[in-house]
Design a protein around this ligand. Structure first.
Ligand code: SF4
Length: 337
């Protein structure tokens, strides 16, 4: 049915369109930047995304979820591991102390930490909004997940936890960033291991130049570790039910991390090298310089995949200028040829 005249759009003359090329670049004024190292990952993935999130404070939409969001669950896991490795009086600080807890009852030790985190750190209002039984299940899930992870870590070569949730202020090419490292361990050869907890998919190939998909850990390793210390490696602690693993680059993973690693595992085949650190340093410095210079072109690293979870499509208007390639149609055409 036609709309009633009072709410129908008023007719208007065709508006003229003018095309112009916008090459303006507005450098970023010096000063600290909020958002940590994510801005450099964004700069690598799409310069416009870094500009929009760090300078315009643009955000994608969060979808509504019935329970805790993935982000909230990740934060709770980080809080529990921070509490576990915080040292005395309630936590532990070394592989030796972990082995002692395994003998005296690891699960009840973890349960105490989960209980404390749920009491003190649950986001405000969650306890009123969400059913008690659901929260009890989350509580149990976290105990099982972290207990299994600590059992996995107990097979490591002896280590000491230096610090957790470590704040670091770094300046790269003039860009000031405030970072927070999940954990730094002292390995048996006295070198440092930078660890980042992740519950989703991880792939250290994402760190490779040019245009790495993720620069967070290389950024920590290359800029946030005390230059008077020697770096032994950087790894994701990939915490997933039944699939716990370390993934990353370690100088000598078999002697300093996990003695039972097979020779064909990536940790053994692709050790950390000084050249690799140098390359990351160069790449990250270039990204920081580009951000400071105001480079903000809409240039996704791998269209359309890079854009899938970005959430800024209505702002950058990528889909008005570029259409995803229909791979099925392409294949069929190629077959016809
Ligand atoms: S949707 Fe794609 S092109 Fe747009 S800002 Fe995000 S990554 Fe860049």
């Amino acid at each position: 049915m036609p709309l009633p005249p009072e709410i129908a759009a008023q007719p208007h003359p065709e508006l003229p369109n003018y095309s112009f090329r916008d090459d303006s670049i507005i450098p970023y004024a010096p000063g600290p930047l909020h958002g940590g190292g994510a801005v450099l990952t964004a700069q690598s993935n799409c310069p416009f995304k870094a500009f929009a999130t760090a300078r315009l404070a643009a955000e994608g939409w969060n979808s509504a979820e019935a329970g805790l969001t993935a982000r909230q669950r990740g934060q709770l896991l980080h809080f529990v591991l921070h509490s576990v490795w915080a040292g005395p009086p309630l936590g532990i600080r070394s592989s030796g102390e972990l082995l002692a807890k395994i003998h005296s009852g690891l699960s009840s030790f973890v349960a105490d930490h989960v209980q404390r985190v749920f009491r003190d750190k649950l986001p405000s209002g969650v306890r009123d909004r969400m059913p008690a039984r659901y929260l009890a299940l989350e509580h149990e899930r976290l105990i099982a997940l972290i207990t299994q992870w600590l059992e996995y870590e107990s097979a490591r070569v002896p280590f000491q936890v230096e610090n957790t949730e470590v704040p670091a202020a770094v300046t790269i090419a003039g860009l000031e960033l405030r970072l927070r490292l999940d954990r730094v361990d002292r390995l048996i050869d006295k070198t440092l291991l930078v660890i980042d907890y992740k519950t989703g998919d991880v792939d250290p190939k994402d760190w490779n130049p040019p245009r790495p998909d993720d620069v967070q850990l290389p950024l920590y390793a290359a800029f946030a570790v005390n230059p008077n210390e020697e770096l032994g490696g950087l790894v994701f602690a990939n915490i997933r039910p039944g699939q716990n693993k370390f993934a990353g680059c370690v100088e000598d993973a078999k002697s300093t991390l996990l003695p039972k690693l097979r020779p064909n595992t990536n940790l053994v085949k692709r050790p950390l090298t000084p050249d690799q650190l140098f390359e990351w340093r160069e790449q990250i410095t270039q990204l920081a310089s580009d951000f400071l210079a105001g480079r903000a072109d809409v240039d996704p690293r791998a269209f359309p995949d890079t854009c899938k979870n970005c959430g800024l499509q209505t702002l950058c208007r990528i889909l008005e200028n570029r259409q995803p390639i229909d791979e099925d149609a392409e294949t069929e055409e190629a077959g016809d040829d």
